[in-house]
Design a protein around this ligand. Structure first.
Ligand code: NDP
Ligand code: MG
Length: 390
């Protein structure tokens, strides 16, 4: 029987790569469900090619248009955020690949964990916000959470060289983004266009901005903390501009195990689908002789304050990460819309964290409450203060 895969966010950068990966894997894997937020043109095209039984459109205003495109097909249309949850819960689904952007993916990821599905997680924000609850929900229901994020896929692969107790530390690599090496002074003048020009990875706009502020790496520290159940003080960041070593694990005996590959998301996507097997696929092959050298630098915690904040947030636990993530989502939206300066993103996040009273042992409802509060706080700060968000 072919494995039935639901791709949440099939119209995005990860979703589109996932479809290529699945197509190349052949008849052992089938796409049973796809989702988009509002790009129903592409969703309809994908539906004609991959013939899923279900398609979900999370922005309900677009459901009618989608029906117009594929009304003649034998496919069930699910609409609204609840449609995404229903998709994740479908009896017929074996693997849920979560590739939507932001905490908006949380209810669907949680539903998949509750149903004990195999979860291939690209959508890192729900893990940042509710990692502890998600991991325990999956464990309780016999599900498994497999990382798609390239660094976490690398750590997951390296971890197989020893036991959890034998791990000394995790070293997450980072390309450094478009502003690697910039001074705290010069970063004040960067533009939206520069922030969107990532030197290595071609990704959706939100994660591209997160890479420029290094919030992406900050999230990845918290993501690793939950995925690998490791204290945050045992997670380090190393700048590696070539993005060939995707991350490393140091064991107690001093042995360091790394995973290498071309910067190509097809490989971690595929591994999260075929695990525990490895099969031939479409990911680009690494030719080390063509790469003259691999370089490494220490991260700059002064210019990229998001990195420092990640450790504080991870130690604070509770609702802190929900605020950290939501303030960032709201601030990045403002930045992409041209409403604030680049450096204001992290200033807004710091403002929200300073103002928030962290609640320990928070439930999903309390996390969502903290999330809503931070988004509102950012909007008020940006739109009501005379100096915009300053
Ligand atoms: P994109 O912006 O390219 O795609 C996002 C997808 O989510 C689209 O299908 C989009 O639909 C859908 N979407 C947007 N808003 C909502 C919403 N409110 N509710 C439900 N679905 C929504 O993002 P990426 O593919 O780059 O990233 C997806 C996730 O994977 C992110 O969490 C990111 O951090 C993570 N990730 C991405 C990597 C990459 O290489 N791109 C690498 C590692 C992690 P529509 O097209 O209709 O807007
Ligand atoms: Mg990553």
């Amino acid at each position: 029987m072919a494995k039935q895969i639901a791709i949440l966010g099939s119209t995005g950068s990860i979703g589109r790569n996932a479809l290529r990966v699945i197509e190349a894997l052949g008849s052992d894997y089938e796409v049973i469900a796809l989702s988009a937020h509002s790009n129903v043109e592409l969703l309809a095209e994908q539906a004609r090619v991959y013939k899923p039984k279900f398609v979900a459109v999370t922005n309900p205003d677009y459901a009618g248009r989608l029906r117009g495109f594929i009304g003649d097909m034998d496919v069930e249309i699910l609409a609204g955020p609840e449609g995404l949850v229903e998709t994740a819960e479908l009896e017929e689904v074996d693997i849920v690949l979560t590739a939507v952007v932001g905490a908006a993916g949380l209810p669907a990821v949680f539903a998949a964990a509750r149903c004990g599905k195999q979860l291939a997680v690209a959508n890192k924000e729900p893990l940042v916000v509710a990692g502890e609850l998600l991991l325990s929900e999956a464990k309780k229901n016999g599900g498994v959470i497999l990382p798609v994020d390239s660094e976490h896929s690398a750590v997951f692969q390296a971890m197989q060289s020893g036991t959890r107790e034998e791990v000394n530390k995790i070293i997450l690599t980072a390309s450094g983004g478009p502003f690697r090496g910039i001074t705290a002074e010069d970063i004040r003048n960067v533009t939206l266009e520069q922030a969107l020009a990532h030197p290595v990875w071609n990704m959706g706009p939100k994660i591209t901005i997160d890479s420029a502020t290094m919030m992406n790496k900050a999230f990845e520290i918290i993501e690793a903390r939950w995925l690998f159940d490791i204290p945050v003080d045992k997670i380090e960041v190393l700048i590696h501009p070539e993005s060939i070593i995707h991350s490393l694990v140091e064991f107690v005996d001093g042995s360091v195990v790394a995973q290498l590959g071309e910067p190509d998301m097809c490989l971690p996507i595929q591994y999260a689908l075929t695990y525990p097997q490895r099969v031939a696929g479409i990911a680009k092959r690494l030719r080390l002789e063509q790469i003259s050298k691999l370089t490494f630098e220490k991260p700059d915690f002064e210019t990229f304050r998001a990195l420092r904040l990640a450790y504080e947030v991870a130690r604070a636990c509770g609702t802190a990460a929900a605020v950290f993530n939501a303030a960032n989502e709201a601030a990045v939206e403002e930045f992409l819309a041209g409403g604030i300066e680049f450096v204001t993103i992290v200033e807004l996040i710091e403002h929200c964290l300073n103002k928030h009273d962290v609640k320990a042992g928070a439930s999903i409802e309390e996390l969502l409450e903290a999330d809503a509060w931070a988004r509102k706080e950012v909007r008020v700060k940006v739109h009501k203060s005379p100096s915009k968000a300053g």
